[in-house]
Design a protein around this ligand. Structure first.
Ligand SMILES: Cc1cc2nc3c(=O)[nH]c(=O)nc-3n(C[C@H](O)[C@H](O)[C@H](O)COP(=O)(O)OP(=O)(O)OC[C@H]3O[C@@H](n4cnc5c(N)ncnc54)[C@H](O)[C@@H]3O)c2cc1C
Length: 387
């Protein structure tokens, strides 16, 4: 019998397995694909995500060091840069493979190319049935990503209508072209549709181009993507894929459950930016720690502890990001002009997701100075109307 079985080997699953093995538990991770596998992603790993990892990622995985953001709206652009890197871009297939190797090194048993078909909770254990056999475990952590069905079968998942939609494509380009166009910058376009944004992120030898947003504001995904590619000088006929980003709601199993959902399976995605890697890593670690504490009877029930810790650290604070998303995406012109008029406001906004800070900290910093920013904004408006 295992102490914990992890279903899915993305950042949430690897982090859960690695931390559980570190804590001395008998761990099995089951992943349906063979790695390296494709994972749709813009591939920006925030500084916060890197600090959550218990190890440094090798230089070979670090494609572009990101120090700033270029914000585009209505033909205008605004750039801000930080003194030190705020993120790094990676290709997810290799990044995820490395994380999984680290979990194996720590002592977790890994089975790839094997799909988990069912997770069934019994009184004293969990039965996990895969495509080849059944396993018994004291706990299970579901890390199946946004498209899984295991959580849903147990009556828990992020409702489809609350998830954001996304399309993305990798556009090949000589590395010098990538560096010329985006020197250490992520490029984000707002105002092309409500509730979401389009991106161009630099990678080694390619750009990640894509968009994400919420229905009903974003419906014609492929058409919007085609226009965006065209307007930015990319071929419009490259194949694009659609995906879900569960950024609308977080979900938790009941406190006494032997099953926990981490990462995208729990809806742990920043509703403003769509960043999910750092919360996948962190929630995977918290899941493992909660299970380890429960196994050693050090603390209370695992699922209850998991929910409490996730809510305290980040999940409850997503509501502030949601508030900011409302302002940013509904009133992009106001948001853009506000940032344009106050560079400090912009720079600090960049630092929020980059560092271990949350938007609630940003808002606490913003509110006392908002009257100043608003005055600058109104002054600018007045001057422009006089011209
Ligand atoms: C287009 C797009 C762009 C994004 N860009 C960024 C970005 O730039 N930065 C960022 O921080 N976040 C980004 N995200 C979000 C980020 O990709 C996710 O939040 C993150 O991958 C979640 O990690 P996870 O481990 O929960 O799930 P995943 O990474 O999806 O991993 C889930 C794993 O579970 C496996 N699996 C599924 N079902 C089963 C099963 N039944 N049995 C066994 N294995 C199974 C899958 O094969 C997969 O390997 C993006 C998302 C999308 C869609």
């Amino acid at each position: 019998m295992y102490d914990v079985i992890v279903a899915g080997g993305g950042p949430a699953g690897s982090s859960a397995a690695l931390r559980a093995a570190f804590r001395g538990l008998k761990v099995l991770l089951i992943e349906k694909e063979r790695f390296p596998r494709f994972k749709a992603c813009a591939g920006a790993v925030s500084h916060r995500a890197l600090t959550y990892l218990d190890f440094a990622i090798p230089d070979s995985l670090r494609e572009k060091e990101i120090v700033g953001l270029r914000l585009c709206y209505g033909g205008k652009t605004l750039e801000t840069k930080n003194d030190s890197p705020i993120a790094v871009t990676v290709t997810r297939s290799f990044f995820d493979e490395y994380l999984l190797e680290k979990a194996a090194e720590a002592g977790a048993s890994i089975r790839t190319g094997e799909k988990v078909r069912e997770v069934k909770e019994e009184k004293d254990c969990v039965i996990v049935r895969s495509t080849t056999q059944s396993f018994r475990s004291r706990f299970a952590v579901i890390c199946e990503g946004a498209h899984g069905i295991l959580g849903k079968r147990l009556g828990l998942n992020v409702p489809r209508r609350k998830a954001a939609l996304s399309v993305t494509a990798g556009v090949k380009a000589p590395d010098s072209v990538v560096d010329d166009r985006l020197p250490g910058l992520l490029e984000v376009h707002i105002g092309l549709f409500k509730k979401g944004y389009c991106w161009i992120f630099p990678h080694e030898g390619y750009f990640s181009v894509g968009l994400w947003g919420f229905e009903p504001w974003l419906t014609d995904l492929k058409g919007t993507m085609k226009r965006f590619l065209q307007e930015n000088g990319f071929p419009e006929d490259i194949p694009v894929r659609g995906h879900l980003i569960p950024a609308g709601e977080t979900v938790f199993f009941p406190p006494a459950s032997r099953v926990i959902a981490a990462g995208d399976a729990g809806g742990f995605v920043d509703p403003l930016t769509g960043e999910g890697i750092s919360f996948a890593i962190r929630s995977g670690q918290i899941a493992a720690d909660s299970v380890a504490d429960d196994c050693t009877k050090a603390r209370g029930p695992a699922a209850a502890r998991f929910e409490e810790a996730c809510r305290r650290e980040f999940a409850d604070k997503f509501q502030y990001a949601r508030m900011m998303a409302e302002v940013t995406y509904r009133f992009p012109s106001f948001f853009y002009d506000l940032l344009a008029g106050d560079p400090d406001l912009y720079r600090m906004l960049l630092l929020a997701p980059a560092m271990k800070r949350l938007y609630v900290d940003y808002l606490l910093w913003v509110f006392p100075r908002l009257h100043r920013s608003l005055l600058l904004y109104l002054k600018d408006r007045l001057l422009r109307s006089r011209l």
